[in-house]
Design a protein around this ligand. Sequence first.
Ligand code: HEM
Length: 420
Amino acid sequence: MDPTYDPCRPEWRDDPYPLYRELREAAPVYWAPTTRAFCVSRYADVMFVLRSPEIFSSRAMFTFLMNQGYEGRPPLSWALLRFLAKLVWRTRLNPLEFTTARHLIAADGEQHTSLRSIVNRGFTPRRIAAWEARARELVAEAMVKLRSGAPFDLIGDLAIPLPVSIIAEMLGVETSRQSDFKRWSDTIVHMVTGPGRGNPLAPRTADTMIEVLAYLRQVVEDRKRRPTDDLVSAIVAEQDGESGLSVREVVQFVLLLLVAGNETTTNLIGNAVAALLDHPSELARVVADPALVPDVIEETLRYDPPIQMVFRTAMQDVEVAGTRIPKGAYVVPLLGSANRDERQFPDPDRFDVSRRPQGHVGFGFGKHFCLGASLARLEARVALEGLVPHLGQLESTSPRERVDSFLVRGPRRLELHRAA
Ligand code: HEM
């Protein structure tokens, strides 16, 4: 067992799975001294954490990730003052709300239920199914390029534009700003879970954050003046509704949907195609029977999930797998490890397109179960249905570079060309 394991460092990014196995065997609740967090690696224990929100608060999804570990206000510095001054000047958002604003993903109990109910209606199965035709159009456009024989990067040419276009259209924000959306969400991933962690106020990162917030503030104001039937209008309406959202909370809500709807689905499509190319016999089964596509998606969410872990704060002293976790400690349920737990999934390191894994935690579990799961499944299914007929004749020979993040897992590029 490598005693230097730290869930937030990049060394394990290429292949974390052998290490997860060691953790499950030797230290199922492992104290990572540099991150100062308890990493939980077995399926049953991960489920215990996720299904006990009264013991394990989601506030760590803000304090650990966004606030870089600070429970209260980050310490004053010139960089912070510069950021706050620019923020007020460019966005007119209240800087004092920095740590008090409510976030869906970090809220608990009643507060979480009421925030979630604001957006739930935009994600009902019927509403999501209505996006299938648009997803088909976008995939068909990408397939024209693939068939033309021009260089085709699965990520840049399909796996990014598909979810970015759909979430932008769902939110009702300008499609012409799509390349900005991608740049913004990449910056946030870099700042929160990549090499930018530890220096979130670096001038380029801070300026990009202000650019996003200023843009969203303007969108929110437009919608307040001229409401439509899009999701942003539904969220904006809550300023005067029961939950009385502040402008800052509305902006954050929209930002969460923009980022969550972008980075993750791109990596689900990338990881699914990478796994198929790495397992030619499984690929042959899917080519012969495309009805297996939904099963490929579930198996990918188990075998190589785009979100490797989530974060929680222990609200009381609690014992998990014989280890005492003190009140206030950070806890990291390793979703990527739970999904490979041999106690739950037989022969877990095998990618098996007909496995139909029941109960994988690729979308989390419990109250915070992914809001966008059915949208992600729809987009990935339509993308794979378009790709599968071609995949048998394609190969990817370029080295596989990964997204530079400890949390988000997927290929950064995946060039496909005709097999020699
Ligand atoms: C393959 C794609 C996706 C994966 C793997 C994924 C994964 C996850 C996971 C693991 C969580 C649980 C977080 C926790 O327990 O703390 C989550 C929550 C969430 N996801 Fe996703 N997600 C995906 C796509 C999407 C999409 C397309 C959207 C929106 C359009 C979205 C919006 C959200 C939101 C808003 C939450 C917070 C829900 C809450 O706190 O109640 N996700 N996602």
